[in-house]
Design a protein around this ligand. Structure first.
Ligand SMILES: [Zn+2]
Length: 641
C-alpha cells in the first residue's frame, strides 16, 4: 500500500461509534510512545523535531476527524462520542505544552549552531514550537502552571458547550401565510400552513436567509431575526461569562495584558493595541460612505412603513436587496433563477480546476452521510488530495458554512483531506449562497494545495490566523465575474446569466458596502471589547457596541452574543475578516480584469497557497505582489469600485 492512501471511514453505525472514540484512543497512545522517546533524550535536533512532528500529526489528524464527526455525523450518539474525543485531544495538546520534560527535550536544541545547523524550515518549526510551549505556560511556577492547565481545559469545555447550544438551539416562529409576502414561490411551496393555519419558520439558514432578504412584511422579518438573535439564550449567557473570565485569567497568568494581547502575538497584526488601531482605521475609512448610504435605506423602509423611525438589522438585508434592485434593476429572484445547485456545484469545481491546474475526480466511497460527495484532487496523474462536500442542511448538523481539515497533508506520507460543511438549498441558490460556496472553496483548495509539507505544524491553512480568510475572500470575486458565471449558469431557456445583469449586480453590490463593513466592524468591536473590557452586562455591552458602530440598529433587548459562534474560535479577533479583506483586495488587484489569467493564477498558487504556513504570510504576500501589501485596493473597493 502506498504511503499516501486516503482515509477509510466505517460503513455502519457500530463502526462509527467505535471510531469516534478510537480516533482519540489511538492518537493518545501513539503520542505517549513518541513523547517517551523524545523525553528519553535525543542527541540530534533533527531527530527530535521528527518525533515532535509525528506526535503533532497524530494529534491533529485525530482531532480533525473527531471534530468533523462532532459537527456532521447524523447520529447524535456519534456526535457526542466525537465531542468527548475532541475534549480529550485538546486537553492532551494543552497538557503537552505544559510538560517541562518535553519542553526541555526541544529547548536543548535552541542554539542552532551547536546542532550542526537546522535548515530554515526546521528552525521555524523549533521556534514556533518553543513559542507554543511558552504560550502554554511551561515556564510558570508549578502552581500557576497547573492553574493554566485547568483554565485551558475549561476553555475547551465551555467553547464546545457554547457551540452545541447554538447548533441544537434552533428556534421556530409561526406566521400567517399572507405574512410571507415577497418570498419566492418555491419557498412558499415548501412552507405550507399547518393545521393551525400558520406557517412554521425556523432559524435555520434555509429559512432565515430568504426571509431576511425577501419578506416584505416587517413583522415577519423582525420575528424571525429576533428569534435568531436569541439563539442559545439564556443557556449561553453563563457559559460566555465564564469563558471570558477564564480567558482573562489565563492571559494574566501567562504575563499578557489581556486576552487580545495573548491571541495576537502569533498573528500578523501582532498586538491588542494594533487591533484597536486597525478598528479605528476601518471606522474612519467607512464612516462617510455609510452615512451617505443609510438615508436611502430609511427612505425605502418608509415606503413600506411610513412611521418607521430607524432601520434595524432585521430590515437591513431586505432593504439592501430592494434598493439595489430598484436603483440598479437587479431582481434578486431573477438572479436566483440562474443558479440551480446542480449547475453551481460542477461550475465551482470546474472554475477551481482551470484556475489552479487541478482536476476533481468523483470517488464512490462511504463517508458519514449519503449526501457527502467525495472527489480526488489530481494534477496530471498524481493524486494530491481528497475533498468531501457535505453541502445541504440536516438536523443536528453544523448550521453555518465552513471548511474543516480532516487529514493534514504531509509530503510522501499523508494525503491532505478536507471537508466543506455547508447548508445550501438543493434547488435554486441565492447569489449570496454562490458567493459563500466560492468563499469556502477558497479555504478548501488552500488546505489541499498547502498540504505538501514537511511538517504538520505548517500544513494547509496553518498560516497566521488573520491571513487565513484572504484566499477565501479572494475567490469570492470569481462569483462576480460574468465570464466565469456564464460557464455554469442557465436561465429558463438554458441561456447563461447575461453579462449586463452581472455588471448591474456588481454595481448594485457596491451600494451598501460601507454599511456592511460597519456591520462587520460591529462584530469585531463586540468580539474585542467583550474580551478586553469584561463588561458585567453582556447584553448591554453588545447592544452598545453595535449601536455606536452602525446606523443600522440592533434589535433591542435581544441577546445576539449568545449565538455569536465565532466568539469561541475567533476570541477577541473577529477583526481578522477585515484584515484579511484588506490583503485579499490587494491580491485581487494583481489579476486586473482577467480573473482567469493563467500566469497570475500560477504565481498565486505557488506564492500564496502552496507554502501553507511554512513562511510568514507577510512574506508570501510580498513575494506574490512584488511589494508589501497596502490599504489602497481595499479603500477603492469600499468606495464601491
Ligand atoms: Zn472563511
Amino acid at each position: 500500500m502506498s504511503a499516501c492512501e486516503p482515509l477509510r471511514f466505517p460503513t455502519d453505525l457500530d463502526g462509527w461509534l467505535a471510531a469516534a472514540t478510537e480516533y482519540a484512543d489511538d492518537a493518545i497512545a501513539r503520542v505517549a510512545s513518541l513523547d517517551a522517546q523524545l523525553t528519553a533524550g535525543v542527541a540530534e535536533a533533527t531527530a527530535a523535531l521528527e518525533l515532535w512532528n509525528d506526535a503533532d500529526l497524530a494529534l491533529r489528524s485525530a482531532a480533525n476527524q473527531a471534530y468533523v464527526l462532532s459537527e456532521a455525523h447524523p447520529d447524535a450518539a456519534v456526535r457526542e462520542a466525537a465531542e468527548a474525543s475532541v475534549e480529550r485531544l485538546d486537553a492532551l495538546s494543552s497538557s503537552r505544552l505544559l510538560d517541562e520534560r518535553l519542553f526541555a527535550a526541544l529547548a536543548a536544541h535552541e542554539g542552532a549552531e551547536l546542532d550542526g545547523g537546522l535548515d530554515a524550515e526546521q528552525r521555524r518549526l523549533l521556534d514556533h514550537t518553543l513559542r507554543d510551549f511558552r504560550r502554554g505556560g511551561v515556564d510558570l511556577p508549578a502552581e500557576d502552571r497547573e492553574r493554566v492547565r485547568q483554565l485551558a481545559d475549561r476553555d475547551t469545555q465551555l467553547s464546545l458547550a457554547f457551540s452545541r447550544n447554538i447548533r441544537d438551539g434552533r428556534r421556530e416562529v409561526r406566521v400567517a401565510p399572507e405574512d410571507l409576502a415577497g418570498l419566492p414561490q418555491d419557498f412558499l411551496d415548501a412552507h405550507p400552513a399547518g393545521d393551525d393555519g400558520l406557517v412554521l419558520l425556523t432559524t435555520d439558514y434555509t429559512d432565515l436567509m430568504p426571509v431576511r432578504e425577501y419578506a416584505s412584511v416587517r413583522a415577519t422579518r423582525t420575528a424571525l431575526v429576533s428569534a435568531y438573535n436569541d439563539l442559545a439564550w439564556p443557556e449561553n449567557d453563563a457559559i460566555l461569562a465564564e469563558l471570558l473570565a477564564v480567558r482573562a485569567e489565563r492571559a494574566t497568568l501567562l504575563g499578557y495584558g489581556d486576552w487580545a494581547d495573548y491571541e495576537t502575538e502569533t498573528r500578523m497584526i501582532g498586538s491588542g493595541s494594533a487591533v484597536r488601531a486597525f478598528l479605528d482605521r476601518l471606522d474612519d475609512a467607512s464612516r462617510d460612505a455609510a452615512e451617505a448610504e443609510y438615508p436611502l435605506l430609511l427612505e425605502r423602509l418608509r415606503r413600506d412603513e411610513p412611521d418607521a423611525e430607524e432601520v434595524t438589522i432585521a430590515d437591513f438585508f431586505y432593504l439592501l436587496s430592494q434598493v439595489r434592485g430598484e436603483r440598479h434593476d437587479v431582481d434578486a429572484q431573477r438572479v436566483r433563477s440562474y443558479f440551480s445547485f446542480d449547475r453551481v456545484l460542477p461550475g465551482v469545481l470546474a472554475t477551481a480546476e482551470r484556475l489552479l491546474d487541478i482536476r476533481f475526480d468523483a470517488v464512490e466511497t462511504a463517508t458519514w452521510h449519503p449526501d457527502v460527495r467525495t472527489y480526488d484532487v489530481r494534477r496530471g496523474d498524481e493524486r494530491i488530495g481528497r475533498i468531501h462536500l457535505d453541502l445541504h442542511p440536516r438536523e443536528g448538523k453544523f448550521s453555518h458554512a465552513a471548511c474543516f481539515g480532516l487529514a493534514p497533508g504531509l509530503r510522501g506520507r499523508v494525503l491532505p483531506e478536507a471537508a466543506l460543511l455547508c447548508n445550501f438549498a438543493r434547488g435554486l441558490m441565492t447569489h449570496d449562497e454562490v458567493v459563500t460556496f466560492f468563499h469556502e472553496f477558497g479555504h478548501l483548495v488552500h488546505d489541499i494545495l498547502g498540504g505538501d509539507q514537511r511538517f504538520a505544524r505548517f500544513s494547509g491553512v496553518a498560516t497566521e490566523w488573520d491571513f487565513v480568510e484572504a484566499p477565501s475572500q479572494l475567490l469570492e470575486d470569481w462569483a462576480w465575474d460574468a465570464e466565469v458565471l456564464a460557464t455554469f449558469t442557465a436561465g429558463p431557456e438554458g441561456e447563461p446569466i447575461p453579462a449586463d445583469l452581472v455588471e448591474r449586480m456588481r454595481v448594485a453590490d457596491g451600494f451598501g458596502r460601507a454599511l456592511e463593513v460597519r456591520r462587520q466592524l460591529g462584530h469585531a468591536n463586540v468580539s474585542y471589547h467583550l474580551h478586553v473590557d469584561r463588561p458585567a452586562d453582556l447584553q448591554e455591552a453588545t447592544e452598545h457596541w453595535y449601536s455606536v458602530t452602525s446606523p443600522v440598529r440592533p434589535l433591542r433587548g435581544t441577546h445576539s452574543y449568545a449565538g455569536f459562534g465565532h466568539l469561541t474560535g475567533y476570541g477577541a479577533c473577529y477583526y481578522t475578516y477585515q484584515w484579511s479583506l484588506v490583503i485579499a483586495r490587494d491580491l485581487r488587484s494583481a489579476f486586473g480584469d482577467d480573473v482567469m489569467n493563467e500566469a497570475v493564477a500560477a504565481r498565486y498558487r505557488r506564492d500564496i497557497l502552496e507554502p501553507g504556513g511554512s513562511r510568514d504570510a507577510a512574506d508570501l504576500v510580498a513575494a506574490f505582489l512584488g511589494r508589501p501589501y497596502a490599504f489602497d485596493a481595499y479603500r477603492d473597493w469600499l468606495g464601491g469600485h
